[in-house]
Design a protein around this ligand. Structure first.
Ligand code: DLL
Length: 431
């Protein structure tokens, strides 16, 4: 089943011609933004000298840091009154990465999501429950608009409230869900606790994404629910979900190359690698109006699968994401950098120098525990004072990283002193 057969099965030459046409437009639009104007000047880039798709490799990379530097409007390529929405990633305050959309960007995004859903066999007769967060995160609204575009009935359930989720699934005979892999494992536990067999539900498919998980986890989820689970990849900087999606073959994710120009690079040297070799995924927008981003370093490790797919789509596939080249943690689908936690902790005079972030998976849900040593001069052993400090730390951290960590306050000198590079994050989760 295709959403737009012509474009999904376009021959490679046709696709590359289309990409080149779109790239030239995007380059010209980007060159008008304050960020890229300076960027091109600093790097002595004259876009009229870029004469082919391949010459894009002469452009330096854009990074998350650049997005933060250009916060809030430095990368915007349209007048303010053409922007209809923003989304943001990592943190709710301060210089998070903000992404802007025009109405056309929203429509294009919905189209890509509809295309992705159809590639998995979903149709208007399905009932779709979206269990990803609605709000600044792209997982909620992104799939929502795409599913509506397709004409599927959408239940905008968002995250949490597991019993309510189950009731909705039962009452409305939900056939497709969108969920993080970790939450799906928790949900099945709750179903079992309540004696509900997956066969009693009408569920046929799950779209899993927003965080790394293994092929073994996919298979486990498929067996537990007795469904097909499809991998979905995306990132806010490239709209959100709908960048790459598995088709019914379930052998890697088609990356929608009429919207995204794909490169795999050696993360250490920046050199572009041939198809098939593993490296960091770099993406360039080919369609965006509000905020075109060029050669964006996703920090995600994967490889292009060079062989054509049996489904007939000509857009190349990427393999399941293997890991990241930076220290970003993904906790229950929420992106958190250790530096965000450190900056909160270090604002408290009561906090000493040593702390540790522990990531655990309990009942299939991610938990973050932050062990914090108290500064020796501030350590009086007064229990009420400690409780107050703990609550204040938790509150301030939650405001920045969205998730609710457990705080453990420790006497000075309790954590192992760091020898050389401090190991701040201990991830005990098995993916
Ligand atoms: O997580 C968008 C999304 C929502 C994708 C719902 C899929 C489903 P961000 O919050 O900006 O956007 O986080 C993007 O999450 O760079 C990857 O490291 C990771 N990620 C997303 N999907 C997958 C996946 C959304 N299927 C970051 N497998 C990306 C592994 C994934 N990692």
């Amino acid at each position: 089943m295709f959403w737009n057969k012509n474009i999904e099965t376009i021959d490679r030459t046709g696709l590359e011609n289309l990409q080149w046409e779109k790239l030239q437009k995007v380059l010209r639009a980007a060159a008008e933004t304050p960020f890229y104007k300076k960027f091109f000047l600093d790097h002595k880039i004259n876009i009229s000298e870029l004469v082919s798709l391949q010459s894009i490799a002469r452009l330096p990379f854009t990074t998350k840091h650049d997005l933060r530097l250009s916060y809030p409007y430095g990368m915007v390529a349209v007048p303010r009154d053409k922007i209809v929405r923003l989304h943001a990633s990592s943190g709710t305050t301060g210089k998070s990465t903000v992404i802007f959309y025009t109405q056309k960007d929203i429509d294009d995004w919905a189209d890509l999501v509809a295309r992705s859903m159809v590639a998995t066999g979903t149709s208007r007769s399905d009932v779709f429950q979206n269990m990803m967060g609605y709000g600044l995160f792209t997982g909620g609204l992104g799939l929502h608009y795409g599913a509506e575009r397709l004409g599927t009935m959408v239940i905008p359930a968002s995250t949490g409230n597991t019993l309510k989720q189950i009731q909705l699934m039962q009452d409305f005979e939900v056939s497709v869900i969108h969920i993080t892999p970790s939450y799906s494992l928790h949900l099945i536990d709750v179903l079992q606790e309540h004696g509900i067999a997956p066969e009693e539900l009408s569920l046929k498919k799950a779209y899993l994404g927003a965080e790394p998980y293994s092929e073994a986890t996919r298979q486990k989820i498929e067996e537990l629910y007795k469904i097909d689970a499809y991998n979905s990849y995306g990132l806010s900087e490239m709209n959100g979900p709908g960048v790459a999606f598995e088709c019914e073959e379930k052998k890697g994710m088609h990356i929608w190359e009429d919207y995204y120009f794909v490169e795999i690079i050696n993360p250490d040297t920046g050199e572009v690698l041939p198809d098939g070799e593993e490296g960091e995924l770099v993406l360039t927008h080919l369609n965006r109006e509000a905020q075109p981003i060029l050669r964006y370093r996703t920090r995600d490790l994967t490889r292009i699968i060079p062989e054509p797919c049996a489904c007939g789509r000509t857009h190349r596939r990427i393999e399941r994401i293997k890991g990241r080249t930076d220290d970003m943690m993904i906790i229950g689908g929420v992106n958190v950098f250790p530096s965000q936690i450190e900056s909160v902790l270090m604002n408290f005079p009561e906090v000493g120098n040593n702390y540790q972030i522990l990531l655990e998976r309990q009942e299939n849900l991610d938990r973050m525990i932050i062990k914090v040593e108290i500064y020796s001069k501030m350590f009086h052993g007064d229990l009420r004072e400690l409780k107050r400090l703990e609550a204040k730390l938790r509150e301030e951290l939650k405001a920045i990283i969205i998730i609710n960590p457990r705080i453990e306050l420790l006497e000075p000198g309790s954590l192992p002193p760091s020898m050389g590079k401090a190991i701040r994050v201990i991830d005990n989760r098995k993916i």
